[in-house]
Design a protein. Sequence first.
Length: 285
Amino acid sequence: MVEYLPRSAWNARPPNAGPGNLIASHVDGAVIHWPGTGSTKVIHTKAAVASALRGWQDYHMDTRGWSDIAYQIAVDQEGRAWTLRGMRTKSGANGDADVNDRYGAILLVLVTGEQPSAAMKATTRAVIADFRTLYPRGTAIRPHSAVRPEPTDCPGDPARAAIARGDFTPGHPGTPEDEMTPAQMQELKNFIEARTQAYALWTHRQLRKDLSAVVRAYALDIKNYERQTDAADAARAAAAVWATAPKSLAADAPAQQEPQVPDPNTDPAPEDQALDPFPPVEEAK
């Protein structure tokens, strides 16, 4: 879809009373023009194009006595589309009233010897597609030199060659339809940047969640490790103390005695007798 810069973008003068609108049933197609300045100084920046359009409008209105700048739409080398008269208003550029009634007029902002850029060709194809939506019978694409009653070099050899190749024809075989206008490229760039920022934010949040879980697990493992290490260190320290203690100190330490297991082949020890508080009295002899 083409984004058409309004007349205010180039500070256009209001038009005088004009020729009226095109009639769809009369329209045969669109004619391609150039300004034919004779200069090789390129007109690429937005400010330069706007200034040039004002100058051509002044010439057409003040010198030629026309109602407005002669063309309907202008396309520059950066792929910008400028509203001049607009597609519905008859042009004053094609040569006479009959040709202006049957054709629209698209101005390519080219200088002498300049080749149309990919962006210019892509936008011009889109503009012609829009033109055909308004005027379904108007499928022809002609150089100005092919329709003007009097001879003209317009729109220059490079543009004529591009027309012959079908570079300005929507959907023409071999035409790189994937070429985008600067506006479309900017829209794609904005979309990619927005998606990239959204993905970076999502990744950051996920990493924060994962990192928090890792930190919690690490802290728990550290506590368990310290608890086990502290117990093992205490046992090793005690063993080391006793191993290095003087023998006299070690001798005073209570011995670890093995429990006594009674022998089943002998009588049990007279524990009850030993504990009897009234032992038998031995008779006197």
